[in-house]
Design a protein around this ligand. Sequence first.
Ligand code: CIR
Length: 285
Amino acid sequence: MLSNEPGHFYIRAAIPCGAANPLLKFFPTFETMFTKAIVRKPGKSVVDGITTAGLGAVDYDKLRSQHSKYIEALKACGLELIILDEMEDYPDSVFMEDVALLTSKCAIITRPGAKSRLGEELGLRKVLQNYYQNIERIENPGTLEAGDMMMVGDHFYIGLSERTNQTGADQLITILEKYGFSGSVVHLEDILHLKTGISYIENNTVVIAQPYKTEEAFSSYKKLWVDDDESYAANCVWINGHVLLPDGNPKIKASIINEGYRVIELEMSEFQKLDGGLSCLSLRF
Ligand code: CIR
C-alpha cells in the first residue's frame, strides 16, 4: 500500500518485514518513510528549562552547537527541515515533540501538562496548516505531551504520566479512532515520558529500558534491552532506516547495528541536563 497523504506516507512491504527476517540486513524494507521534520531554535532561556537531572548548568553555546548537529543528522536521513524561531518566553520550547502529534492523516496539537510549557502550542496551527488539512487539538482539562506517544504503524501507545492525564488520553483516542487509528494507555511511574524509556525502531522492534521490564503492553515486540548505565539511550529515533543515538552508549549501539540499522551518534550532554532526549527535539512526519 502506498498512500501520499500530507505528512508521512507508508510503504507496506510485499515480503515479510521484521528484524527476525535475515533479508532485512541486505534489503531494508521500510514501513514508514518520513519526509520532513519541524524543529525549534533554542532560545537563551533554554538554560532555565525544567529539569530533575542534577547534571549541572547548561552551556548555551554548546547546546546550540549540539542542536545544529542534530539538524544536520535529520538532513542526512533525507528530511526537509522546517526551522521555527525561538520562543524566549518558553524555556522548554526547543523540545518541539511534546506540543503536537503528527500522523499520516491528521495533526493533533497537544496541551502540555507542565504549567510553564502551556502556551508553547499556540501558533503551531499556522505552521501545520501548510502541511495538514485536518488539525485537531486536545482541550482543557485534558493534558498531553507527545513525548508520551509512541507510534507503531496505525497504533499509538499513550503514557499516562505527570504530564499526560486520562482525559487527554481519552480525547486523543477519540481523535485517533476518527481517522482509523487506535490508541491504548500505559501507566507510567518514575519516568518523565513514555518514550524516555522506549523507542520503536520499526520491524516490530523496540529499544527498551529496564523500567519496562514487566510491562505487558510491549510483550509482543522484539526487545533490544538498554542496560541501566546506558538508560539515556532508550530514547533514540528511527528515521528511514537510520537510528539516531546519543553518543557514549556502545552496548546498545552494537545491538542496533547488529539488527541492520545505520546508527548516527549525536552528542546530547546539554539536552540531557534538561531531561530532554533525541526524540524530543523534533516532529517528524
Ligand atoms: C521538560 O521537562 O518538559 C523538558 N525539560 C524536557 C522535555 C523532554 N521531552 C520529551 O521527553 N519528549
